[in-house]
Write a protein that binds this ligand. Structure first.
Ligand code: SAM
Length: 364
């Protein structure tokens, strides 16, 4: 596991702004912890797989040279067409793929030596490496789906096709929750929810900052996401703190009698009409359920705000991620007028790039 390597980068910048998507009854069934379904067993990320294969360093070098040539051949075409990756980023990804594939990283410098017949142990067959890199370049498959993980905060989270890849800007949601609990023991020991948890990133981040009695329930409508989130929760040994439930937004929380201390969500917020213009890695591969926020992107944000007004306890904290300034202002205006009297201390918080991104506040 390479905790030292920072690999995060944004695939997209969501452009600017429905009734929440109706769920099929079969997806409403609540799975209690641990979320497990044999047909939805998450894939093991490459770096966690056993080194079952071997190849000579020369074979690996031949693959690396081929992959570099393929990466260079795209020139600026991806960048020009949809702000996609350029050859230098692809070459960095290639190095990360080599690291994740090798059992012993100390042999990497020897890849420069010609005709090296030394055998190295690999976590993936060399023929599969050719196929994976073709999928990356020709299919524009996100790198995170190629290696099966994403580095996020100090975590390495399992992700796979069908599950949203957590983005760097979302890391701040955990810091906002951390600030809220820092001087408030009641919130720190309370019940928090992460709605639309995807890989479980936010839930795990928050689970680690809560006090000994704090708990997080994370929900997702997508059964594969729920299954991958449960895998990540178990990998970080947080099963006693975080529970994953499959279902729509607050629907799996009907049995919760206590009021919530914190509601956090990074819901789908891309306006439907902007989906076709997304970077190929996002639009072709990431689940539409995770992206599409309806006509103006606000459907889920408004729905979650209304429910939060009912379910958050007095003094409870909420934080929602949005598409940018327009959605932030719209949401604050909505909360001040349509939910008048429900919330106080509302703030718009910018992300690391200075883009107004989050709306936070407390229940009155
Ligand atoms: C933008 S992704 C965020 C995922 C994760 N929280 C993160 O930040 O990486 C939105 C998530 O909401 C989930 N989602 C969409 N509609 C939902 C619904 N009705 N109920 C629960 N989750 C939903 C999607 O499956 C997806 O995982």
């Amino acid at each position: 596991m390479k905790l030292s390597l920072i690999r995060t980068y944004s695939y997209y910048t969501f452009p600017n702004f429905h009734k929440p998507k109706t769920q099929s009854p079969s997806l409403c069934a609540r799975l209690t912890r641990p979320v497990c379904s044999t047909s939805l067993k998450p894939k093991t990320p490459l770096f966690l797989r056993p080194p079952e294969y071997s190849a000579t360093l020369s074979d690996l070098k031949r693959w690396q040279d081929w992959a570099k040539t393929l990466s260079s051949s795209i020139g600026s075409s991806f960048l020009d067409s949809d702000n996609g990756p350029d050859p230098s980023l692809l070459c960095r990804e290639l190095n990360w793929l080599i690291e994740d594939s090798l059992e012993d990283h100390s042999v990497i410098p020897q890849l420069g030596i010609q005709d090296n017949s030394k055998n190295v142990r690999l976590k993936v067959d060399i023929a599969e490496l050719y196929s994976l890199w073709k999928q990356r370049i020709e299919g524009r498959k996100p790198f995170q789906y190629i290696v099966g993980c994403e580095h996020w905060r100090d975590l390495v989270l399992s992700v796979e096709e069908g599950v949203f890849i957590p983005r760097p800007e979302t890391e701040l949601l955990v810091d906002l929750a951390s600030d809220a609990v820092s001087n408030n023991e009641e919130l720190r020991q309370g019940l928090w929810v992460d709605l639309g948890t995807g890989s479980g990133a936010i839930a795990i981040g928050i689970g680690r900052i809560l006090g000994t009695r704090g708990r997080v329930i994370a929900t997702d409508l997508n059964p594969l996401a729920a299954s991958v989130a449960a895998f990540n929760v178990q990998r970080y040994s947080l099963q006693d703190v975080i529970e994953i439930r499959q279902g729509s937004w607050f629907e799996p929380l009907k049995d919760i009698e206590e009021k919530l201390s914190g509601v956090i969500s990074n819901p789908p917020y891309i306006p439907s009409e902007d989906i076709p213009g997304l970077q190929a890695e996002v639009g072709r591969h990431e689940p539409r359920l995770a992206l599409d926020g309806g006509f103006d992107g606000m459907d889920d944000l408004l729905y979650l705000s209304n429910c939060t007004a009912l379910l958050l306890k007095p003094g409870g904290f909420f934080a929602f991620e949005t598409n940018g300034e327009k959605q932030c202002k719209f949401l604050v205006d909505y909360l001040e007028n349509d939910n008048a009297g429900s919330f106080c201390n509302m703030k718009i918080v910018s992300d690391f790039a200075g883009i107004p991104r989050f709306v936070t506040g407390f229940h009155q």
